[in-house]
Design a protein around this ligand. Structure first.
Ligand SMILES: Nc1nc2c(c(=O)[nH]1)N[C@H]1C(S)=C(S)[C@@H](COP(=O)(O)OP(=O)(O)OC[C@H]3O[C@@H](n4cnc5c(=O)[nH]c(N)nc54)[C@H](O)[C@@H]3O)O[C@H]1N2
Ligand SMILES: Nc1nc2c(c(=O)[nH]1)N[C@H]1C(S)=C(S)[C@@H](COP(=O)(O)OP(=O)(O)OC[C@H]3O[C@@H](n4cnc5c(=O)[nH]c(N)nc54)[C@H](O)[C@@H]3O)O[C@H]1N2
Ligand SMILES: [Mo]
Length: 773
């Protein structure tokens, strides 16, 4: 696939989705990388012992099984990183920053790997080469001139290895701040917060093996066919052995829709007893909490009936008595919640809700998985706690084949949190750092992403450092987050590829080119491995395989050590010694983070080692010492107060999502095969009846505006209306193109996660000329 876009087309796709189906699509990406054979060799090493961890998603593989595991989108991620194209000083001499700003995100990333450190020169509006030493000295000069360490923000994206993340947090805390906004704040933050309060640990309780033993797997608000293709395999195996896969998604995502008629549901239907013809439910956006509550309410009804009839209880009473607290309040809340409100808010009929409840009840062991369709709402924390409440009623936490499974995004986002990338770090962790390194650790909580942007907009922040990612495009309210970055005295981006965050420089700005997961990382004591943690808390090693494109690129740990040494000298550690051999960083991790004893030894084991999960072992690290039922009220109205106050009725509720050809803000191509879209991304998926109701025609171009009561205009223009199979009243558009529509103030209660899956919008005929791709 070359950069030229094919003609915009829209034609529903009828082929299958597979973890590794579309060889043809991948082959195009390979050939286009300019080094297809080398990349094929790299790919064969993905997720193998002695190979590198796939930089795609955080799905784990069975540690026992030696099969080659990679998928179409993992292949694209590898290939994208392992390109031969270079963005070097000649490139930056050709284009001014203003010129680059005119290009699309797709074009920017496509230009290749960043190969040398660059500094922004405001007079010529160009990036110019700088030596590593001068770059480090410049950062140190800015940092050491601050009145307070909290005038700097230290962003992290979830690809950073454990070693890089650990060094980064050590440096920043020795410098004196907990300002760690990270991609997790926009992603699974609600899962961490909700699970921490309910079961005492902010991570999923299942391991890979559990999928082989479950009777039903519920998949809520997730599109694994595109975003976690390796997950399709255990789902398919589950169906083959007669287990249920039950999906909640407003969109019939390819890869999930095959579970529309799983064997058992059909059998049940032929028994004639219940209306069990589908296991695919299409809720209202934000309707999942009501749907889960309805399942619990049915269980309660059946439980009471069973007790009255002298039959076996529906609830797991022994588990509830021994392991939980707060059930009575929760059951009272179920009694107080009317069926009408559950039907209205879930967007599902009572029959559908009953059907879902029957599927849930019939399964002895249930896993519930979820992703962004659950976490990016106003009431995400409450929704996830409702999922936990349901699972607790039937003892579906902490036993084989059952549990809670937030499916993480970035390949090491979970590990980064374990390493202390956390603006609200646990006190025990800070105590351990203080004891080991003997400096006074900052205790005051730092900024998350939303707070960081606000502080930058207010002019409180002078320095922004980004360890990976694309802060400018991943964040909501794009014009404001661009302004926030530009307000800084210095912005530093540690990156593999060019993106828009490099084009919104502070008064001074640096681009520091780093090695990626696929690159060989050679240090004084030889090639280095790094480690990562997957969604199932498995820790494994990752060894780069490809010769770096340029000698000027440095590893993330080496760059962090360089900044740290220039800023703090050899305090609180000898940074150079750590970089010579990352095993020494792992020793520090072993000294300060529970579960990492004998780290260097245990990580040699093929497949790595299991970090453990207290809740998975039914050990509840909550204040009550038990798993907590959390009785949260349903939202009064899904539409937030700030929208209602505008006095206007939204035309539609918008969710922003990923196409099949992108990795977050990294756009690989302009196609979204499974949704039938090619050659375009500025599209709005809307139900045909809604298009007509609003007075438009399919194919027409529209401008989209957000309803929010703060007077700020949030608008994108020239989006093509695609008549799509989507529930009435809903719309979908791609992230990051739709990010200007998400208000910075629209975030989840308790999680601060921007509500990327719930934006009230109005449409008008487009006034704009077509945008460049
Ligand atoms: N190839 C590829 N892989 C990736 C990524 C990528 O961009 N590309 N990104 C990685 C990252 S960081 C993450 S976090 C994950 C993201 O993985 P996903 O969460 O699968 O990503 P999204 O595209 O945001 O999809 C959200 C899904 O939720 C549904 N949904 C939206 N709102 C609701 C709702 O209110 N209720 C329900 N039940 N469903 C809803 C949407 O229709 C969509 O199917 O993937 C990771 N893996
Ligand atoms: N509207 C809307 N907004 C969203 C979302 C949504 O669904 N809708 N999803 C949110 C989610 S779930 C997430 S996780 C965030 C993602 O936010 P980020 O993690 O900030 O964004 P990415 O697009 O993953 O970052 C891509 C950039 O990372 C750099 N990079 C790639 N690999 C490496 C590496 O190995 N090391 C370093 N140092 N840099 C590297 C490259 O320069 C590349 O341009 O976006 C969030 N924003
Ligand atoms: Mo994510």
């Amino acid at each position: 696939m070359s950069l030229q876009a094919n003609k915009p087309r829209y034609q529903p796709y009828s082929g299958p989705a597979a973890g590794w189906g579309a060889l043809r699509s991948v082959t195009q990406f390979w050939l286009d990388s300019k080094q297809p054979f080398k990349n094929l060799r790299a790919l064969l090493k993905t997720n193998q012992h002695g190979g590198f961890d796939c930089p795609g998603c955080a799905w784990g593989d069975s540690p026992e099984d030696g099969h080659i595991k990679f998928c179409e989108n993992g292949a694209k991620a590898v290939n994208w990183e392992a390109t031969k194209r270079r963005v070097d000083d000649a490139f930056f001499a050709r284009y001014s920053v203003s010129q680059l700003r005119e290009q699309s995100d797709y074009w920017l990333e496509y230009q290749g790997r960043l190969t040398e450190p660059m500094r922004y020169d405001r007079a010529s509006d160009r990036y110019r080469p700088i030596s590593w030493d001068d770059a480090f000295a410049l950062i140190a000069q800015h940092l050491n001139a601050l009145e307070s360490p909290n005038q700097a923000e230290f962003y992290t994206s979830g690809r950073a290895s454990n070693e890089a993340a650990y060094l980064y947090q050590l440096f920043v805390r020795a410098f004196g701040s907990n300002n760690f906004p990270d991609c997790s704040n926009m992603c699974h933050e609600a899962s961490g917060v909700a699970l921490g309060q309910s079961i005492g640990v902010g991570k999923g309780t299942v391991t890979f093996d559990d999928f082989e033993h479950s009777d039903a797997i519920f998949v809520l608000g997730q599109n694994p066919g595109t975003n976690h293709p390796r997950m399709l395999e255990p789902l398919r195996e589950a169906v083959q052995r007669g287990a249920q896969v039950v999906c909640f998604n407003p969109l019939k995502e390819r890869g999930l829709e095959r579970f529309q008629h799983p064997q058992n549901a059909l059998e049940m239907l032929s028994n004639g007893s219940e209306p069990l013809n589908t296991a695919f439910f299409r809720p209202a956006l934000g309707g999942d909490m009501a749907a889960i509550r309805a399942i619990a309410k049915f269980l309660l009804q059946w439980h009471r009936e069973a007790l009255a009839n002298g039959e076996a209880p529906v609830f797991d009473l022994a588990f509830i008595a021994e392991h939980t607290t707060g059930m009575d309040d929760y059951l009272a809340l179920l009694d107080d919640t009317s069926w009408e409100s559950l039907v209205e808010q879930s967007g599902l009929t009572l029959d559908e809700l009953k059907h879902a409840a029957l599927l849930y009840r019939r399964a002895d062991r249930v896993i519930i998985c979820w992703a962004m369709g659950i976490t990016q709402h106003h009431h995400s924390v409450a929704t996830i706690q409702e999922i936990v409440n349901l699972q607790l009623l039937r003892g579906n936490v902490g036993r084989p084949g059952a549990g809670l499974c937030p499916v993480r995004g970035h390949s090491n986002v979970q590990g980064d949190r374990t390493m202390g990338i956390n603006e609200r770090p646990p006190v025990t962790f800070l105590d351990a750092l203080e004891k080991r390194f003997k400096f006074e650790v900052p205790r005051q909580h730092g900024h998350n992403v939303v707070e960081a942007i606000n502080a930058m907009l207010d002019g409180q922040i002078k320095v922004f450092i980004g360890l990976g990612g694309n802060f400018a495009q991943a964040t909501p309210d794009s014009p404001r987050s661009h302004q926030a970055l530009s307000n800084c005295a210095l912005t530093v981006q540690i990156s593999t590829k060019l993106n828009r965050s490099h084009l919104t420089p502070g008064a001074d700005a640096l681009i520091l080119p780093c090695l990626g997961r696929t690159d060989i990382d050679m240090q004084a004591n030889g090639p280095q491995a790094v480690t990562v943690e997957d969604s199932f808390s498995m820790i494994h090693a990752s060894y780069g395989q490809l010769q770096p494109l340029s000698k000027q690129m440095r590893s993330e740990p080496a760059i962090i050590a360089g900044i740290a040494k220039a800023t703090l000298g050899n305090h609180p550690v000898n940074w150079d010694e750590l970089i010579a051999d990352y095993g020494r960083i792992r020793e520090l991790i072993a000294d300060t983070i529970p579960g990492f004893h004998d780290f260097n030894e245990r990580v040699k084991h093929p497949g790595g080692f299991y970090l453990g999960n207290s809740a998975g072992a039914r050990n509840w690290k909550t204040a009550s010492g038990k798993a907590n039922f959390k009785p949260n009220q349903l939202p009064d109205d899904l539409l937030p107060e700030q929208v209602r106050q505008t006095g206007q009725k939204p035309d539609l509720i918008l969710q922003t999502l990923r196409s099949h050809d992108q990795y977050n803000t990294t756009v690989y191509g302009l196609n979204d095969r499974y949704r039938g879209v090619s050659g375009q991304r500025d599209v709005l998926f809307v139900n045909e009846a809604d298009i007509l109701r609003l007075g438009f025609k399919p194919g027409q171009k529209v401008d989209i505006e957000t309803l929010w009561n703060d007077g700020i205009e949030r608008k994108v223009t020239g989006f093509t209306l695609l008549a799509f199979d989507i529930p009435g009243g809903q719309a979908a558009a791609y992230y990051p193109e739709a990010n200007p529509l998400v208000p910075l103030e629209s975030y989840g209660t308790g999680s601060f996660t921007p509500t990327s899956k719930y934006v009230a919008i109005r449409l008008s005929p487009s006034t704009a000329s077509a945008r460049i791709v």
